[in-house]
Ligand binder design. Sequence first.
Ligand code: CMP
Length: 140
Amino acid sequence: MAVERTLSIIKPDATRRNLTGKINAKFEDGGLRIVAQKRVQLSKAQAEAFYGVHRERGFFNDLVSFMISGPVVLQVLEGENAIARNREIMGATNPANAAEGTIRKEFAESIEANSVHGSDAPETAAQEIAFFFAGTEIVG
Ligand code: CMP
């Protein structure tokens, strides 16, 4: 296994309910290190560009509206096998399918308001990290 970095977003449904600390504890208890973090309000253009791969999906407009409905916390998580590990800690996209103890099982409200985003592969992790963070903002 190799040390990897992955992009994580704590979404507006979770920041609204003041769950940042509880979610961060899941990452840290799960063996990941938060090596960059900032709380921001995304613009519509940023949300559309970040989720550009989903532009043709029926849920795209609702997803963009949701992602700009309140602040998000952007993070870089680091650790052994961090991309897959983070996906285990988050649980399935749809909370109805998420395993016990995962973030989405405990906190997600719906398939859209599912509390967290995590990169799905090494290439997307690199792209997504570079989309939001300068190298100097990441301190391992
Ligand atoms: P995320 O992992 O951030 O990637 C795309 C997001 O689209 C997903 O989490 C959900 O917040 C949202 N979404 C809304 N509806 C769907 C759907 N039917 N399938 C997948 N993702 C969806």
